[in-house]
Design a protein around this ligand. Structure first.
Ligand code: SF4
Length: 330
């Protein structure tokens, strides 16, 4: 591991000053950064440990739940208000990683986690995300876990987070703070497409710190589910997943008043599907409607032989998640 300086500030002011210096990484749970530093994929000169800051609260308000940046994945997934009011978020977090990792990993770390593209982690392979301008080994390589939408000629890495897929479907926002004050960004707009700068992954600016994530507690959010398909039953990243929220008037088989759909495992960022949502609203909540709406997902995928199966798989996952929400089954 490369030498680096380590600082654990006691106040947010000290933390903001420390992270403003160039070549600095923020350390929270350490479940991602420490691995990547050991592999020499990330080689920061300075590491600022923010675990001494008071940013771990989960607060329930009248119309939203605000989750502190340092709340652990386990604390969020098993919080009674999150389970009751934001079931897709609880499902999504519980479907990710292992219990031990969820006990350490934080909300802001999950939001900012790096891709699991195998070539990104292999310093012997060219990777534009790790080393800008070096090339992309995945384009001619093994792509089963790579993205099929939001791709570019420079990077096809899938976004790895389950939590973020649920946050996008639930219309959550990120509160960030920097030297010039606080700003709020929708999670749907927080992650960026790779384009020709795949090393840039979000709109978070150098010197800014994620403070919290706010999730609206709407009737739509209360009827939400997350369905994930992976290569093994535990501790694996999504081949494809869907976070689905559905508000139906008049009970089972009634009229769909609102719908929200986001996909994981298929996009270079959590992937919202407005065409599917629009095809559902105003229709009856039936299996036929779910099936024809799901069929509109991923209209123009960028597939390779190893990952073409994700198109059909994602459509079936959407259909399954819609049926689960509409049926109210566990
Ligand atoms: Fe790197 Fe992206 Fe190519 Fe993977 S897909 S090797 S992360 S540039």
């Amino acid at each position: 591991m490369n030498p680096f300086s380590y600082l654990r500030p006691a106040t947010e002011k000290e933390a903001l000053a420390a992270i403003a210096q160039p070549d600095t990484m923020v350390l929270a749970g350490g479940t991602s950064l420490v691995d990547l530093m050991r592999l020499e994929v990330m080689r920061p000169q300075h590491v600022v440990d923010i675990t001494g800051l008071a940013l771990a609260k989960i607060e329930t308000g009248s119309s939203s739940i605000t989750i502190g940046a340092l709340a652990t994945n386990s604390e969020v997934a098993y919080h009674p208000d999150v389970v009751a009011k934001l079931p897709a978020l609880a499902d999504a977090i519980r479907s990710g990683a292992s219990g031990q990792i969820r006990n350490m990993a934080t909300t802001s770390g999950n939001l900012l986690q790096r891709t699991r593209c195998a070539y990104f982690r292999d310093t012997a392979s060219p990777c534009n995300k790790r080393s800008p301008g070096s090339g992309c080994a995945a384009l001619e390589g093994f792509t089963r876990m790579n993205a099929i939408v939001g791709t570019s000629k420079d990077c096809i890495a899938a976004h790895p987070s389950d939590m973020c897929v649920a946050l996008v479907a639930l219309d959550a926002s990120v509160h960030v703070r920097g030297a010039s004050g606080e700003r709020t960004v929708k999670v749907a707009d927080f992650h960026t497409l790779p384009g020709d700068h795949p090393n840039v992954e979000s709109v978070l600016q150098p010197g800014e710190l994620v403070i919290s994530i706010e999730v609206p507690t709407t009737p739509l959010a209360a009827k939400s589910r997350y369905v994930k398909v992976r290569d093994r039953a535990s501790y694996a990243f999504a081949l494809a997943s869907a976070a689905v929220a559905l508000e139906v008037q008049g009970g089972p088989g009634g009229t769909i008043k609102a719908a929200s759909i986001a996909l994981g495992g298929v996009g270079t960022k959590p992937w919202r599907e407005p065409a599917v949502e629009q095809a559902l609203v105003g229709k009856r909540a039936t299996q036929e409607v779910f099936s024809s709406a799901a069929n509109l997902a991923l209209a123009t995928p960028d597939v390779r032989p190893d990952n073409a199966f994700k198109v059909g798989l994602a459509k079936r996952i959407i259909e399954r998640a819609l049926a689960l929400v509409a049926g109210g089954s566990k």
